[in-house]
Design a protein around this ligand. Structure first.
Ligand code: DAH
Length: 360
């Protein structure tokens, strides 16, 4: 009996220490301590021994059993640790690796410009508001002080939706972002300070007009904002957007039904030698319309014009994008030509900010 115990002890200890996997270890456990394992089988023979020898052999066998169980447990823990180490090594993530911008994807210049504008106006305390592309006559025209017979309606070349003729409230594709002024003033209480970037539509197509284009609208309503604030805000914007601190700016009297007084803002440029240069003297380029919100528009939205006042502005996005990035033809914005996008598009890491300009 003693010899057998010693042999098992040696052989099993060896095999357990060498077990290469949890499955191999389990097989060893079964073949030694299992129901038909070597140690169990020996236990069964104890009854055939004389009482004295039985006592000694029994104690010896129990010791062997405990030793093997402990050895198996130790080996199991070691195998589990090794497995974890291997997984950790295989799944290692190098967090010090710099990001690799996607080689092909680009931000469209229109999206980039909207992001830049929102960053600039955001720094001034404006928040972004949105409205539907499919508008009704009331929000797009009437509430903005363009009643049905108003001649300015004609200049908008509106796309009407089918059935609009018969409808009392005809649906149309918004011709400007100004209806979001109305939607905001009817649902929010002053003070209001919003910018509204978005799609706009007019039935018009040539080198400088597209049936679908983009505008950004601005609206400030409170008790005290005046024309001086309007000018300061828009001058600050233009200089930040074009990244030219001394950019010449002028305001010309103009007419919009929804503002009084109304103005258009020009930026200084030069066209010497047929080349357009922003910021150089001599010439002027119109970039936006603006004015003090008309008292009738405030009243149309349920805001008391004796208590509140403010200013608004609206700007075509394509035009200032073309000016800033030297894009010659408006139509190319919508052609989805990959070569054009690779050339004029932006990387996702070109994040705009008020002071940073563009780190290209
Ligand atoms: N909605 C005008 C247009 O599309 C632009 C505009 C002019 C908007 C003056 C304004 C504004 O908010 O005050 O031509």
């Amino acid at each position: 009996m003693n010899e057998q115990v010693e042999r098992i002890r040696e052989e099993a200890a060896h095999a357990i220490a060498a077990a290469a996997s949890p499955a191999a270890l389990e097989a060893l456990r079964v073949s030694t301590l299992g129901k038909k394992g070597q140690v169990t089988e020996l236990m069964k023979t104890l009854g055939t021994l004389p009482p004295d020898a039985r006592k000694n052999a029994g104690a010896e066998l129990n010791r062997l059993k405990d030793e093997l169980a402990a050895a198996i447990e130790m080996r199991a823990a070691a195998l589990a640790g090794a497995e974890l180490d291997a997984r950790l090594a295989a799944e290692r993530l190098d967090v010090t690796l710099p990001p690799r911008p996607h080689a092909d994807g680009r931000i469209h210049p229109i999206s980039q410009t909207i992001d830049e504008m929102v960053a600039i106006f955001g720094e001034m305390g404006f928040v972004v508001a949105e409205g539907p592309d499919i508008e009704d006559d009331f929000h797009n025209f009437t509430a903005l002080n363009l009643p049905p017979e108003h001649p300015a309606r004609q200049s908008h070349d509106t796309f009407y939706l089918a059935g609009a003729e018969a409808d009392i409230a005809p649906k149309l594709l918004r011709t400007h972002t100004s209806p979001v002024q109305i939607r905001t003033m009817m649902t929010e209480k002053p003070p209001i300070r919003i910018v509204v970037p978005g799609r706009t539509y007019r039935c018009d197509y040539d080198a400088t007009h597209s049936p679908n284009f983009h505008q950004i609208e601005g609206l400030v309503i409170d008790r005290t904002s005046h024309m001086g604030h309007l000018k300061g805000c828009l001058i600050e914007f233009a200089r930040a957007y074009f990244d030219i601190p001394e950019l010449p700016v002028r305001f010309r009297p103009s007419y919009f039904p929804f503002t009084e007084p109304s103005a258009e803002m020009d930026i200084g440029c030069s066209r010497a030698g047929g080349e357009l240069r922003i910021g150089a003297g001599g010439d002027w380029l119109e970039i936006l319309g603006c004015g003090m919100v008309h008292p009738k528009v405030l009243a149309n939205c349920g805001i008391d014009p004796n208590e509140y006042q403010g200013f608004a502005f609206g700007m075509g996005i394509e035009r200032v994008t073309m000016l800033k990035y030297g894009i010659p033809d408006l139509r190319t914005f919508y052609e989805a030509d990959l070569r054009w996008l690779r050339h004029y598009g932006f990387l996702s890491i070109d994040t705009p900010s008020l002071t940073g300009g563009l780190s290209r």
